[in-house]
Ligand binder design. Sequence first.
Ligand code: IVH
Length: 669
Amino acid sequence: MNPNEAKIEIEILSKELSYHNHLYYVESNPSISDYDFDVLLKQLQELEDKFPQFADENSPTKRVGGDITKKFDSVVHKFPMLSLSNTYSEDEIRDWVTRITKLEDGDLEFVCELKYDGVAIGIQYINGSLKQAVTRGDGMQGENVTSNVKTIKTIPLRLTGDYPGNFEIRGEIFFPLKNFNRLNEKRRYEGEPEFANPRNTASGTLKMLNSKVVATRGLDCFLYGIYGTDVEAGHYEMVNRVADWGFKTPKPKDRLIEKTKTVEGVMDFITHWDKNRGDLPFEIDGIVIKVNNYLQQEELGFTAKSPRWAIAYKFKTERVDTTLESVVYQVGRTGAVTPVANLKPVQLGGTTVKRASLYNADQIERLNLHLDDQVYVEKGGEIIPKIVGVNIDARSTSAEQIIFIDNCPECDTTLERKEGEVHHYCLNESNCPPQIKGRIEHFISRKALNIDGLGAETVDALFDAKLISNYADLYDLTFDQVVELERMADKSANNLIFGIRDSKDIPFERVLFGLGIRFVGETVAKKLTKGLKNMNALASATFEELIAIDEIGDRIAESILMFFDDEENKLLVQRLKDAGLNFEIVEKEGASNKFEGHSFVVSGVFTSFSRTELKEVIEMNGGKNVSSISAKTDFVVAGDKMGPAKLKKATDLGITILSEDDFIKKLNE
Ligand code: IVH
């Protein structure tokens, strides 16, 4: 394919992918399979690798994230990002509607919308292309979080239809409940403390430095305002119109937006959503009522903080009060300690609530909890209810204050709280029962060693019978030992022993994940195995070697070093090796270690390989890919169109420069 053909093909593929992305995420009505979508995406990625000069910053391939930000730049808002005046009183809403109606001589329409409970964002589009996305910040200036926002699939990177040349659109980024609950489930599974609520987690996610992680979280966005253009006379019409440009907007057919001329119309919308908001797949905290016509909005103007043409009605969240009977502390696999409140059972949102998470010591302090307190409990869309306040008047003077524990409730070790962390940890990894059992449960879980016939209850039983106290002990178990356990029939014992034996075929990356090294999840384990190939290399890797691997940062590297520095862990790993578990990656054909110890920078365009393929060949042969040229670089593989500055730097540093042919020769040497 020549460059001209490639350029056209890239444009066609990009358009097609944007279209299918829109159908899938915005319209929820896909017309091709996920597989077919991935095939197209891969084709585009390969073409862009081969012809990087045509790879657009808003190509559909950019959705997966990848940019790592060191610090978000501050950006001054062209139009200040104000807030809304709000009220919990229906009467105040009636008064507001009546007052505004009088001001405009009765000739006006109101638009009712949901008040999405998320984080405000302002996104600038120039010539139909997403240029910049900025958080609200203090209203005057916010943070440039463009690379994170680009990973949100319902936000178009390029617009369609008849859009204005330069405008800003504002909306709310939120965490759909399904994705939020899935994330917490994963955290539970990995022994990490759970996130408290979707809004704060959406806000935290938007400010993460690694956009790849943001891409995996599944944030979403609704848009509610446009600035810098006036292609329609009213807000309601505008919202409809921007849907043609590719934005996800609230649909009248779902009653997510409604136009009305009367106060009854407004109140009906409020009542409907107060009653039905539990059915929405995301959280809202109220209703926003806006004057529709832009000229009338202008006439009404602003106060110092908020527009006069809009008001928010905030829902009173369903809240019950009950008695705090006790606080217990749960210790997770990683030693993180979570306080949990035991409550006098109470009905809330259709279920009986007996427990509420207190998250951490700060939360207990914030609430200034005392035993037997009358506490207010609320439930959002999340699974776990939370205590939001205390009725101090109902407290007896002799009530005992709840003080976060100093020692582990399971093994009595003094708890520690590291700087910058909100959780307390029990560091007695090797002797604290829930940590030991948690690690074994993680080791046998489906995504790790997937040991059939072994679940949490059996782990408990084996642990209590002193047959296992770590995961390596599993491989010493015999049928005779296991069958002795209570409620263990011959068949189950057999299943268990065979399950353990079969786990010896599980690939290295899953064994590594199973070790339960903090911060080494599934993806990180894959990256590590790819980068270092075997357990020996990993166990002896230096900090520098670790962080040179794709996506491995300081925090992960330190955790790995700490793990392999520990004598007990070393012994465990040795026992797993002796038991015959997979300790190295199964190499693909054509692999060697001829580039071992050498680092490469690949730059420019090649004829026989795409850049990704070339890098894979380097890694397959033991070499290391680095992104920028430094004195430590051994080779620069220079393709067509390599930048002159890079070439000069390589020459100045005396680095060997290989042409594509030189590289192939070296590979075949
Ligand atoms: S309109 C001048 N519409 O609520 C402000 N805001 O307290 C115009 N919000 O910062 C905002 N849903 O983050 C508007 N349908 C909606 C909204 C909405 C949520 C948020 C937004 C804003 C805050 C105001």
